[in-house]
Design a protein around this ligand. Structure first.
Ligand code: C2E
Ligand code: MG
Ligand code: MG
Length: 616
C-alpha cells in the first residue's frame, strides 16, 4: 500500500461553510492519518485564524456566504508580500478568471468538488512538502544572513522541478501507463466515494464493464505492439463517447470515471444520476461505436467485445459486488452472442447450470452415454467416400439434445476438454478398427481444441494410442480451427511436429472465420483446408461467397492442400464447387451425421448409387 500521508503532524486549516462537505473532507484527511486539523466555518474569521495558526496548509473554499475565498486570500496575502502561502483553493465550478486571480494572489493549487480522495491527498503532500522546504530554506538563509528573496533562481527552479516531479509521480500512481485512463486503484477510490454520496443523497450509480474478447488473439497473431495500439484506440474511442454523453445529458464530468483495469477490461462508473437510464444509453452508444472497425497497420480489425451493466443500489450494495456482477453480465452477453447485457440475478443460475452440466458430462463419458455420429466426406475427383468426420452427440436425460459446440465450450471452460477429446479419439479409433475388420479403410476425422493442442500430455496420449494400435498411416485427421492455431503458435508448431512421425493429417476447420497468416498455414504443413459452411450453404445464390470460395480453393491448391467444402446442402452448390475444382465435399446433400449402426447401409447404398451412376 502507498502511504499518502507524508506529514501526519502537519497543521491543517480547513475553511469551509458547508457542514457536509467539511465532514467529508475531514474524514478523508483523518482516515489518511492527519491529526492536527483545524476548522473555520466563518469566512470573516479565516484570515485571523490563518495568522494565529500559520498552518502547514490551508484549504480554502471559494464559495462562502459573506466573504469569498478570493477575498480571504487577498486579506491574508496583503499582510506579508514575498511570503510563501501554502493555500489550496476549493472550487466547484470556478471560471478560469477566478483561478487566475487566486494564483496571482499566491494560492498554490486547486481542488475540485466533489472531492476525489487521492487527488486531495496527493495535492496536500506536494504543497506541504514545498512549505517545509521553504521553511528550511528560510532558516538556512537566515543563518547565512541573507533574505529569502535573495535565494538563487536555481533553487527556485529546482523546487519547481521537484514539485512537478512529485505531481507527475502522484499522477502515474493513479493512472494506467498505456492508455492514460484512470487505473483500478483510482477508479475504486473515486467510485466508492461516489456511491457513498449517492447513498446519502438518494441518487443512482451504474458500473459498465467492457470486456474485449480478441486482444489476446491480436497480441499472439500480430504482436503486442499492435495489441497495445488497439487498446489505445479503444481508450480514445471510449473517452470520446463518455465526453459526448456527459455533454448530451449535462452530467458533471467529475461524476464519470473511465478506467482501464487490465489488458482486456475497461470500466466506466457513473454516479450522481437522477435515474439509471443514462447508463443504459451510454452502453448502447459504446456498443455502437465499438462496432466500427479499428485500423491497425492498414488492416481493419473487428473487435469482439461484451458489455455488462449493473446499477446501484438495484444490483448490489458495494462496489466490489457491482464489479463482480458487471463481469457476470458481460460474460452472459458473450454466452448469448450479444454485445450487451444488464445484470440479472438468474445469471448466477446459469453458472450453476454449467457446473452441473460439467458433472453430468463426466458421468456421461464414464457411463458411455455419449455417442459419436459420423458424417461422410466425399472426394469429387473419384466420387468416393474417403472418410468420416466424428461429431459428438449428447442426449441429456433432463435437458434433451445439447448441441456439441455448446457443451464442448463448457468442457473447455471447466477444464475437462482433454478428457472429452480422449474419449472421442478412442471411440473414433474403435469405430475405424471395426470398419477395417469389415474391409473398409476410411479416414476418421476428430475435432480438437486449442487446449488439446497446447497440452503436451494430450499429444503424448495420441502418440501412445497410435503406436499401440494397428494404425494405418494417414488414416487419422485432426480438425483444428484457425483460431486454435494462433493461441500460442510456437507451442502448437512443436506439438504438431511431434505428431508428424505418426503420419496424422492436420485439417484447418472453419477456414475463413478466424485469423491466420498464410505464412503460418504453410509452416504447420496442414494437408487439408475446410471452407467454413457459412460461405458454402448459400453459395448458389450469393455471388460474394462464390468469389470467396473460389479464392480459398486457389489459395489451398497453391499451398498444396486439399480443399473440403462443408455445408453442401443442394445439388446447385455441388455443381458450382465441382466447377471450381473443389476436391471434396461434406454436407446434408450427401448425408447428415449418422450413428454407427446406419454407417454400413449408408456406405453400401452410396456405392450402389455410384455404380448406378457410372453404369447409367
Ligand atoms: P465442425 O467441426 O465444423 O462440424 C461441422 C458441423 O457442421 C457439424 O455440426 C455438422 O453437423 C454441420 N453440418 C455439416 N453439414 C452441414 C450442412 O450441410 N448444413 C448445415 N447447416 N450444417 C452442416 P455439429 O455436429 O452441430 O457440430 C458443431 C461443432 O461442434 C463442430 O463444428 C465442432 O466444432 C464441434 N464439435 C462437434 N463434435 C466435436 C468433438 O467431438 N470435439 C470437439 N472439440 N468439437 C466438436
Ligand atoms: Mg470439424
Ligand atoms: Mg467446420
Amino acid at each position: 500500500m502507498f502511504n499518502l500521508c507524508h506529514y501526519p503532524d502537519a497543521c491543517i486549516l480547513l475553511v469551509e461553510d458547508d457542514e457536509q462537505q467539511l465532514n467529508l473532507l475531514r474524514a478523508i484527511l483523518k482516515r489518511a492519518g492527519y491529526t492536527d486539523i483545524h476548522v473555520c466555518s466563518d469566512a470573516k474569521k479565516a484570515a485571523a485564524e490563518y495568522w494565529r495558526l500559520i498552518p502547514d496548509i490551508m484549504l480554502l473554499d471559494q464559495n462562502m456566504p459573506g466573504r469569498s475565498g478570493i477575498e480571504v486570500l487577498t486579506e491574508i496575502t496583503k499582510e506579508k508580500s514575498g511570503e510563501y502561502f501554502p493555500i489550496i483553493m476549493i472550487t466547484a465550478d470556478a471560471d478560469s478568471k477566478t483561478k487566475l486571480k487566486a494564483l496571482s494572489l499566491g494560492s498554490k493549487d486547486f481542488i475540485n468538488k466533489p472531492y476525489d480522495k487521492l487527488d486531495v491527498l496527493a495535492r496536500l503532500n506536494t504543497i506541504i512538502d514545498s512549505k517545509r522546504m521553504h521553511q528550511q530554506l528560510k532558516l538556512e538563509n537566515n543563518k547565512l544572513g541573507i533574505t529569502i528573496s535573495e535565494t538563487s533562481t536555481d533553487l527556485q527552479s529546482e523546487k519547481q522541478e521537484k514539485m512537478y516531479a512529485q505531481s507527475k509521480l502522484a499522477h502515474n500512481l493513479l493512472h494506467d501507463d498505456l492508455t492514460g485512463l484512470e487505473n483500478k486503484k483510482l477508479f475504486l477510490s473515486k467510485m466508492s466515494e461516489g456511491i457513498k454520496r449517492d447513498e446519502l443523497n438518494s441518487k443512482y450509480s451504474s458500473v459498465i464493464l467492457i470486456h474485449i474478447g480478441n486482444i489476446k488473439l491480436i497480441n499472439n497473431s500480430l504482436g503486442h505492439k499492435y495489441g497495445d495500439a488497439l487498446l489505445k484506440q479503444i481508450a480514445a474511442s471510449l473517452s470520446d463517447i463518455t465526453l459526448m454523453v456527459c455533454k448530451k445529458y449535462k452530467l458533471n464530468y467529475e461524476d464519470l470515471h473511465l478506467a482501464h483495469f487490465s489488458g482486456n477490461n475497461f470500466v466506466i462508473g457513473l454516479s450522481n444520476l437522477e435515474s439509471n437510464k443514462i447508463a443504459t444509453q451510454l452502453c448502447e452508444q459504446c456498443v455502437e461505436n465499438l462496432a466500427e472497425s479499428f485500423q491497425l497497420n492498414k488492416m481493419n480489425i473487428e473487435l469482439k467485445y461484451f458489455v455488462g451493466l449493473v446499477h446501484y443500489p438495484e444490483h448490489g450494495e458495494s462496489l466490489e459486488l457491482l464489479l463482480q456482477r458487471a463481469d457476470i453480465a458481460a460474460f452472459q452477453a458473450e454466452e448469448e452472442k450479444k454485445n450487451f447485457c444488464v445484470y440479472d440475478a438468474k445469471f448466477g443460475e446459469y453458472a450453476k447450470y454449467k457446473v452441473t452440466l460439467m458433472q453430468d458430462l463426466k458421468l456421461a463419458m464414464r457411463n458411455d452415454v455419449l455417442e459419436l455420429y459420423l458424417q461422410p466426406k466425399v472426394d469429387l475427383r473419384n466420387w468416393k467416400i474417403y472418410g468420416f468426420e466424428a461429431l459428438l452427440r449428447w442426449n441429456h436425460p433432463e435437458h434433451g439434445f445439447i448441441p456439441p459446440d455448446q457443451f464442448v465450450a463448457i468442457a473447455e471452460e471447466t477444464g475437462i476438454i482433454n478428457q472429452l477429446s480422449c474419449w472421442v479419439l478412442n471411440r473414433g479409433l474403435e469405430i475405424q478398427a471395426k470398419l477395417k475388420k469389415l474391409g473398409y479403410t476410411h479416414n476418421i476425422a476428430v475435432n480438437i481444441t486449442a487446449s488439446d493442442l497446447l497440452n503436451r500430455k494430450f499429444i503424448r496420449y495420441i502418440c501412445e494410442r497410435l503406436s499401440s494400435s494397428d494404425y494405418t498411416p494417414n488414416s487419422l485427421t485432426l480438425e483444428l480451427t484457425e483460431t486454435t492455431m494462433i493461441q500460442d503458435p510456437e507451442e502448437v508448431l512443436k506439438n504438431i511436429k511431434l505428431l508428424e512421425k505418426y503420419k496424422v493429417c492436420i485439417s484447418i476447420d472453419d477456414f475463413g472465420t478466424g485469423y491466420s497468416s498464410l505464412a503460418y498455414l504453410k509452416k504447420i504443413s496442414a494437408q487439408e483446408l475446410k471452407i467454413d459452411k457459412s460461405f458454402v450453404m448459400d453459395i448458389a445464390s450469393n455471388q460474394e461467397n462464390q468469389v470467396i470460395v473460389r479464392t480459398i480453393i486457389n489459395l489451398a491448391h497453391y499451398l498444396n492442400m486439399q480443399v473440403v467444402a462443408e455445408g453442401v446442402e443442394d445439388i446447385l452448390s455441388f455443381e458450382l464447387l465441382n466447377e471450381y475444382a473443389c476436391d471434396c465435399i461434406q454436407g446434408f446433400w450427401i448425408s447428415r451425421p449418422i450413428p454407427f449402426d446406419e454407417l454400413l447401409p449408408f456406405i453400401d447404398s452410396f456405392d450402389m448409387v455410384e455404380k448406378k451412376a457410372s453404369c447409367g
